[in-house]
Design a protein around this ligand. Structure first.
Ligand SMILES: Cc1cc2nc3c(=O)[nH]c(=O)nc-3n(C[C@H](O)[C@H](O)[C@H](O)COP(=O)(O)O)c2cc1C
Length: 189
């Protein structure tokens, strides 16, 4: 129990460029995805799915991001296009968490979206538990329809996050956290 609490209180996001090789092995990736897929899910709808970006395919996906960027920014420099192409290749491994939330007769869409957030967080925490660091980010391309179509997302699907995973280049320092006194109230007191 102590170890679990220690993990939860020491997790820190690490910038994608500071996430180094080696990334998770195939067996570790399966563990990460297994943990991420056992989150609370009202109605057992599985309102999320995962897209793994690994190896050279990270740059193939980057080609799609760079193409969308170039189309929207005809004045873009070669350096800018190269940076966009490298978006998903900064860390050794990226997992796209896709929300499949939609209208349902009983389960509010909001709760389905929250479940996707829980899946992303479980991915981040299990990466930390395996000795990796992670960064849950979205960035512009998570909201770009052209990119989402090119990555194979259906019209109603959205990106909850691109979770970048790798070895931290150096141990991260913590950042200030909200004082509990500012975010906790006790009903009736
Ligand atoms: C849905 C979601 C999207 C995020 N997108 C970004 C992003 O695009 N860029 C970014 O710098 N941080 C983003 N963050 C914040 C980071 O995940 C992280 O929380 C932040 O860097 C603070 O670090 P910490 O996790 O150690 O507190 C996002 C967080 C969430 C929950």
């Amino acid at each position: 129990m102590q170890n679990a609490l220690q993990l939860l209180t020491t997790r820190r996001s690490v910038k994608p460029l500071e996430l180094k090789e080696p990334g998770p092995s195939e067996a570790e990736l399966e563990t990460l995805l297994t943990v991420a897929s056992r989150v609370p899910d009202h109605g057992k709808l599985t309102p999320w799915r995962f897209v793994v970006f690994a190896g050279d395919n990270r740059l193939r996906a980057g080609d799609l991001i760079a193409a969308a960027f170039g189309a929207q920014h005809p004045e873009a420099t070669a350096d800018q296009i190269a940076f966009e192409r490298s978006r998903l290749a900064r860390a050794p491994l990226v997992v796209g968490v896709v929300s499949r939330a939609g209208p349902h007769v009983k389960i509010p869409e909001w709760e389905q979206v929250l479940s996707a957030g829980a899946a992303a967080m479980s991915l981040v925490l299990s990466a930390h538990a395996l000795g990796y660091a992670a960064n849950w980010i979205t960035e512009w391309y998570a909201y770009d329809r052209r990119v989402l179509d090119a990555l194979g997302l259906a019209g109603h699907e959205r990106i909850a996050g691109f979770v970048h995973i790798g070895r931290p280049a150096q141990p991260p320092e913590d950042r200030p956290r909200p004082p509990l006194g500012e975010i906790v109230t006790r009903f009736g007191e």
